[in-house]
Design a protein around this ligand. Structure first.
Ligand code: ADP
Ligand code: MG
Length: 254
């Protein structure tokens, strides 16, 4: 017989149960995160919000299967995760582009690694470059692009593999204010209008306004060791306006 919890878990994309990560530092153990419970359903945009050092990046790496948890269970579609999670990709703060490859080649390389045939690679890459607003820059090299444009290539590369769960690690924090705001708007447009097949987004940030602007749910973390303090649902309609009283009062509450 299938238990009620098993049915519930299979409806979730991601479940973390009591996840703890300890790093070994010479002779001592250092607890980066402790007893993390986190559940993500299809359709959700969740923000992990917390101070530097509270283990946000550690959690993303565990979810992507790049690091193993020391204890606890990570499940994806109700199945315990073993090794790299093929359903996720992470966009980092500054995306490592290959300087000797063009924009198009930088996007295509993610598809090549997954064995997508050449024709299909080119088609998908060109479409995504257009989607993120870099039409006309296919043959440009990273050094010819602004920081904001480089980060767009990073987004295009991450989205090229059509991750079911898109993980974002402070993706706007290395950009100037205007580029960051423009790129946030473009991501929200892709997400809300379902122009990408991604089913859920998990974004790490230490920027409260950014979390209130974008997320359906904000998971607030604290440190020493990293833990979840509380969760806040954001029910304001999209697109959200920073100047709205409801927006500001939620920012204050967070
Ligand atoms: P955040 O992304 O919230 O800033 P991190 O997940 O990067 O936090 O780090 C959480 C804590 O774990 C920090 O104190 C950091 O120094 C420590 N840490 C992260 N990675 C390692 C590692 N590979 N070895 C040892 N300590 C680490
Ligand atoms: Mg981090």
């Amino acid at each position: 017989m299938i238990s009620a919890t098993a049915v519930n878990d299979a409806d979730n994309l991601l479940d973390l149960q009591s996840v703890t990560k300890a790093y070994k530092l010479e002779t001592k153990q250092f607890l980066a995160v402790k007893d993390i419970d986190l559940h993500i359903k299809p359709g959700e945009f969740v923000c992990l919000l917390g101070p530097s050092g509270c283990g946000k990046s550690t959690l993303l790496r565990i979810i992507a299967g790049l690091n193993a948890a020391t204890s606890g269970v990570v499940s994806y579609h109700g199945q315990p995760l073993k090794g790299v999670n093929p359903y996720t990709t992470i966009v980092f703060q500054t995306f490592a582009l290959y300087p000797w490859l063009t924009v198009q080649e930088n996007v295509e390389i993610a598809l090549k690694a997954r064995g997508v045939p050449a024709d299909a690679r080119t088609n998908r890459a060109l479409k995504l470059i257009d989607t993120v607003g870099l039409d006309g820059f296919e043959s440009a090299y990273p050094r010819e692009l602004s920081g904001g444009m480089r980060q767009k290539v990073g987004f295009a590369r991450a989205m090229a593999v059509e991750p079911e769960l898109l993980c974002l690690d402070e993706p706007f924090s290395a950009l100037d204010v205007l580029s960051a705001e423009a790129l946030r708007g473009e991501l929200m447009e892709l997400w809300l209008k379902k122009k990408i097949p991604t089913k859920a987004i998990l974004m790490v940030t230490h920027n409260i306004e950014e979390a209130v602007l974008m997320a359906d749910r904000i998971v607030i973390m604290g440190k020493d060791p990293g833990h979840i303090v509380t969760e806040i649902a954001v029910t304001l309609h999209q697109p959200r306006q920073r100047k709205d009283t409801a927006f500001q009062s939620l920012v204050d509450k967070v």
